[in-house]
Unconditional design. Structure first.
Length: 436
């Protein structure tokens, strides 16, 4: 059962706007961690150790994401997708606003990094519940044969949020001295979140509940779910969840390597200008948007699995050239490398909402899809900048980062190969999840 085309577009747009706001909030933390948090919240540490500590707090958000995924999925599979989208948006917004108001170590001492970590944890809870709800709303409203395309809309919120955050930081960096930026300029992106959250809240109040979920409720299918849907999906389908999570490892890790670790590495080790690197990342995020939607549309015609396998293979082969081009010191080659990496990533990430949604039946879909996504976010994304920093410090060679990427690509390739193609599946099917 699908919505009308008009309703589907409205929901897809609402999902896009909401995820853009949520990921803006999530990503400005990563940029601030790469640029200033080591000095403002961890000034007692050696610069390298302080950077690792700042990235460790960045990783805390990813550790919280499965908790948010499980919590919101439990209620999303029982009460509906829409209420969870509104709640996750508000939680993320409040946490981000409070970060912008947080005193630094110089003012309140050790409480500054403690409170920063707690707020980052709250951010992780919010974004953990966001992806599953937004993805399912877009996919379950989609017209027949267009789930990949409509499912790509909430995925686009990731580069759109990154683009918005990078543009904000770039504008501030270009118009402020380093002293002013360190004193208060870094707070501006966090405080701006308050306005964005109000806009997102108003939009999400107006969308309708998922028709697939409502149909399931009319059949009283949800009454057959256990008290904790996540317990049921873990007990009955652990292999599917692990393979789905594995299929996302490389895509997720390379995103955070490129948008967080390389920002720090390029500006602090290779002496790229901070504004130049932020501008380059903003441009790469803009390139992501049409690529992601194009690959989502293409997956409706040729399937999700083969496209993902191709993306992982090319990404593995390009890992060493990627690092070489970044190390060249040329911003043009930096951009060229980034475009190739983004094309590989979006071949996987564009159709991912549809792919993960199609792996599970309606009553377990929020739980199964969210858990798979968030496990990969911890193992692939959250710790990636910290691992890269540690690898580079231990080896003194940036090629250790390429090796890390290749290993993750191999894991993702094998995991995707072992999953079943899903693009022709009927989402209203009440059967158990697709067998991996």
């Amino acid at each position: 059962m699908a919505s009308t085309a008009t309703s589907a577009r409205r929901v897809a747009l609402a999902s896009l706007i909401g995820t853009t706001i949520e990921w803006y909030d999530f990503f400005i933390y990563g940029t601030a961690a790469a640029l200033v948090f080591n000095q403002l919240f961890f000034p007692k540490f050696d610069p390298v150790v302080g950077t690792v500590a700042a990235f460790a707090t960045f990783a805390v958000g990813f550790l919280a994401r499965p908790i948010g995924g499980v919590l919101f999925a439990h209620f999303g599979d029982r009460l509906g997708r829409k209420p969870m989208l509104i709640t996750s948006l508000m939680l993320m917004g409040v946490a981000t606003l409070l970060m912008g108001l947080l005193p630094t170590y110089a003012t309140i001492g050790v409480w500054a990094p403690i409170l920063l970590t707690l707020l980052r944890f709250a951010q992780g809870i919010g974004v953990g519940g966001e992806w599953g709800g937004a993805a399912l709303m877009a996919v379950e409203h989609a017209p027949k044969g267009k789930r990949g395309f409509y499912g790509s809309w909430p995925q686009v919120g990731v580069p759109a949020g990154l683009l918005l955050g990078n543009l904000t930081f770039t504008a501030l960096s270009a118009n402020m001295t380093d002293e002013t930026f360190m004193a208060w300029g870094w707070r501006v992106p966090f405080l701006c979140s308050a306005v964005l959250i109000v806009v997102g809240f108003a939009i999400r109040l107006k969308i309708s509940e998922s028709p697939v979920f409502e149909q399931a409720m009319q059949r009283k299918e949800q009454e057959r779910a256990e008290q904790m849907p996540v317990v049921e999906v873990l007990r009955k389908h652990p292999r599917t969840i692990l393979l789905a999570a594995g299929s996302f490892l490389a895509t997720n890790a390379t995103f955070y390597v490129g948008t967080t670790w390389i920002v720090s590495y390029a500006t602090k080790t290779l002496d790229y200008e901070r504004t130049t690197v932020l501008s380059a990342n903003a441009l790469l995020a803009a390139v992501d948007i049409p690529l992601m939607m194009a690959f989502g549309l293409l997956s409706d015609r040729i399937g999700r699995r083969g496209m993902s396998l191709s993306g992982m293979l090319v990404l593995a082969l390009f890992a060493v050239p990627w690092i070489m081009l970044v190390d060249s010191g040329s911003i043009g080659l930096f951009l060229l490398a980034g475009i190739v990496v983004q094309a590989c990533r979006t071949a996987v990430y564009g159709p991912q909402s549809a792919f993960f949604s199609e792996l599970f039946s309606t009553r377990l879909r929020y739980s199964g899809a969210s858990l798979s996504y968030q496990i990969a976010s911890i193992l692939g994304g959250g710790i990636a900048p910290m691992i890269c920093t540690a690898l580079f410090a231990a080896t003194g060679s940036s090629f250790s980062i390429a090796g890390y990427v290749v290993v993750l690509c191999l894991i993702s390739f094998v995991s995707t190969y072992l999953l079943t193609e899903t693009y022709k599946r009927d989402l209203t099917d009440t059967a158990t999840p697709v067998k991996a």
